[in-house]
Design a protein around this ligand. Sequence first.
Ligand SMILES: C=CC1=C(C)c2cc3[nH]c(cc4nc(cc5[nH]c(cc1n2)c(C)c5CCC(=O)O)C(CCC(=O)O)=C4C)c(C)c3C=C
Ligand SMILES: [Fe+2]
Ligand SMILES: [Fe+2]
Length: 345
Amino acid sequence: MPASTKGRIGVLLVNLGTPDSPQTGDVRRYLNEFLTDGRVVDMPAAIRYPLFQGLVVPLRAPKSAKIYQQLWTDRGSPLLFHGLDLQKLVQEQLGKDYLVAFGMRYQNPSIEKALNELREAAVERIIVLPLFPQYAAASTGSVQEKVMELVSKWWVVPSISFISTFANDPGFIATIVDLGKQEMAKRNYDHIVFSYHGIPERHVLKGSHNGYCKLGNCCNSYNKNNRYCYRAQCFETSRLIADGLGITPDQYTVSFQSRLQSRLRDPWLQPYTDEILKPFPSKGIKNVLAFSPAFVADCLETTIEVGEEFKELFEEAGGDHWQLVPSLNTHPTWVKAVVDMIHQN
Ligand SMILES: C=CC1=C(C)c2cc3[nH]c(cc4nc(cc5[nH]c(cc1n2)c(C)c5CCC(=O)O)C(CCC(=O)O)=C4C)c(C)c3C=C
Ligand SMILES: [Fe+2]
Ligand SMILES: [Fe+2]
């Protein structure tokens, strides 16, 4: 019988990244790496580096550091420890035929370190799962570019596959529905908000296949022409969660948060969450349940922005109760969904 060349399959889970500590120096290092990525800030490098390293990041870092200090826990940044917990649980369920590594696109543990663990174990092939449900060139695309850049320098380049979107994955949706139902069992809500991380409109248009996406009704159905359109994926995820919760389109709003630049110069996907929530109380919407379905783990964008800042804005506008649905973190259905996505790949 010929000898088998079969080996373990490498799995690389990647999330966005977070500072090493909530101190200004570490936040500055993180933001410098993040905001000089040409897929995040798509300006010519000759403008991007001096503008962001010289002006934007030095001004932003001390303010961001204060927010990170609010977020920080005994175990550090939630995005990191939930990622490491997920890695451990997925490894346990996949068993000895797989080796699961975890890396961050920016800062630590780096993608390079995680890939080296897989290389040293001589894995047969690598499956990369960027932990962003909806593909965006600034998130998933950036992880893919980094992995390819690093692996292209290896003498033996392994077979690699990427799971580029899981916006409509049944296990991903079922977990969010379960988390939502747990909150809905505790009290009655007048309205649901699905708040996604925003991106510049230009990013969507640049990725449009044959000009299909025009930021209009084109995104209302999810199909082969707009498979990687971030806006269409956000709408699809929302529709599927709403179906699971048994709510109708008039009972929910899809909106976008976390815009970075001035909206006058550079429009981001709309409507903006901080704007849609203000008129709610005057329309009789006093109790709101908010989901953050662009994130699989609690982080600054969910816990602080949706859970605290939007809550404050809503209450200032006369609202009674604003409740954030926690992220998937290590929910057993989510761990199984990741395992299933790997098995199907
Ligand atoms: C859901 C995927 C994400 C996309 C798409 C994305 C695009 C994007 N982000 C910025 C700027 C910032 N984002 C920041 C934090 C942050 N972003 C994501 C995910 C996506 N970003 C996550 C998971 C986090 C939280 C990280 C954590 O440590 O908890 C920040 C840093 C925080 C701050 O200073 O406000 C910035 C800046 C841009 C410009 C962009 C697309 C163009
Ligand atoms: Fe972001
Ligand atoms: Fe679209």
